[in-house]
Structure formats: structure tokens, C-alpha cells
Design a binder for this molecule. Structure first.
Ligand SMILES: *[C@@H]1O[C@H](CO)[C@@H](O)[C@H](O)[C@H]1NC(C)=O
Ligand SMILES: *[C@@H]1O[C@H](CO)[C@@H](O)[C@H](O)[C@H]1NC(C)=O
Ligand SMILES: *[C@@H]1O[C@H](CO)[C@@H](O)[C@H](O)[C@H]1NC(C)=O
Length: 171
């Protein structure tokens, strides 16, 4: 092993160990609701900005999330409405028994009861129908009111246009 290689290894090990300690530091008992989503392999954007608190029963996956008031925003042609309290059961790649999130389809507000992550797709189910969205649409949390269009208008607009979801098939 040449001196250069040794040096590089030392640097590498330094970075590896320091990033591990960073990771374990944010892995404490009290994660944010957004970090909890990530622990279960979901993108943070499933929750809008403005989560005040949450409760999670780690053994059953039952949770409640409290937002600062109700929240409405649009993703592409869909309007979504979050109540100030959202409940459900979370497990890796699956949210079920959801309550508090609705999507407007035509003129109806339908409850989203289940969200399943399948690779890079998120399937939102309203019971009788479902729609798939690319996970990348949810990399960031939307802002209540203006959704994804507020701050990053130019960038997001293109992104959402090119990744338009399939229409709800039952409608
Ligand atoms: C983290 O836990 C500590 C001690 O239980 C608590 O004082 C603090 O408010 C918590 N932080 C968050 C962000 O929940
Ligand atoms: C989690 O749920 C189980 C079953 O309902 C219950 O026995 C347990 O006390 C709960 N734990 C917490 C921390 O709420
Ligand atoms: C909750 O919303 C109100 C009104 O929009 C705002 O004034 C307040 O600062 C928010 N509270 C928190 C903790 O974000």
C-alpha cells in the first residue's frame, strides 16, 4: 500500500465514521414526523409543512399527526385536503386505515384510505379506485395553500408536468 493510498483510506474512514455518527445522532427517540415517514421508507412530501406534533405506537404502527390547521393544496389536477388531525397505521411501504386526507375527484371529495409504496411509485387508494404517482413528486413537503408551486415555481412546474399521474381509472 503506497502512502497515497493509505492517506486516502484514512480520509475515507474518517468520513464514513463521521457520517455514521451523524446518522445515529438523528436516530434518537424523538424524530420529526417527516423523519418517521422516512424510517418507514416513505418520502417526506406525504405530509405538508406545518406538522405540530405526532403520536406513534411503535408496536402497532398506529399514529396521529397534528397539523397547524387544515390544509389544502393541489398536485397537478388533484386537489388534496388534510384535516388538522390525521390518523392511520404505518408500516414499511404501507399506510392504511387513513383518516383525515381527502382528494377531490371531479366534484367529489373522497377519503384516501391507503397509500402503498411500490418501488418508485406511490399508489393512493380511495377504496374503489386508485391513482399512482411517482415518488419523486413527494421529495419535498408541499406548503398548505400553494402546494408545490409557491417557492420553486419554475423547477417544480416542469417536474410535475413531465410526471403527470395516470387518471383515476374508475372515473
Ligand atoms: C426530544 O425529546 C426531549 C426529551 O424527551 C424533549 O425535551 C424535546 O422537546 C424533544 N424534541 C422534539 C423535537 O420533539
Ligand atoms: C400500543 O398499542 C398496544 C395495543 O393496542 C397497546 O397495548 C400499547 O399500550 C400501545 N403502546 C403505546 C405506547 O401506546
Ligand atoms: C399556526 O398558524 C397560525 C396562523 O396561520 C400562525 O400564526 C402560527 O404561527 C402557526 N403556529 C405554528 C406553531 O406554526
Amino acid at each position: 500500500m503506497s502512502l497515497d493510498t493509505q492517506f486516502l483510506c484514512t480520509i475515507l474512514i474518517f468520513f464514513l465514521t463521521s457520517s455514521t455518527s451523524l446518522a445515529s445522532r438523528s436516530n434518537g427517540n424523538n424524530l420529526t414526523a417527516y423523519e418517521v415517514l422516512e424510517e418507514y421508507d416513505f418520502p417526506v412530501g406525504l405530509l405538508p409543512k406545518g406538522v405540530l406534533s405526532y403520536e406513534l405506537n411503535k408496536s402497532t404502527g398506529e399514529f396521529s399527526v397534528y397539523l397547524n390547521g387544515s390544509c389544502t393544496y393541489s398536485i397537478d389536477s388533484y386537489e388534496l385536503k388534510y384535516k388538522s388531525k390525521i390518523t392511520g397505521v404505518i408500516s414499511t411501504d404501507k399506510l392504511k386505515s387513513l383518516s383525515g386526507i381527502k382528494v377531490k375527484v371531479l366534484f367529489l371529495w373522497l377519503s384516501i384510505v391507503e397509500v402503498v409504496k411500490d418501488d418508485d411509485e406511490l399508489e393512493f387508494s380511495v377504496g374503489i379506485a386508485s391513482a399512482d404517482f411517482p415518488v419523486s413528486n413527494f421529495d419535498e413537503s408541499p406548503t398548505c395553500g400553494c402546494g408545490f408551486d409557491c417557492e420553486t415555481l419554475r423547477r417544480k412546474k416542469n417536474k410535475i408536468k413531465t410526471s403527470m399521474p395516470k387518471m383515476l381509472s374508475a372515473y
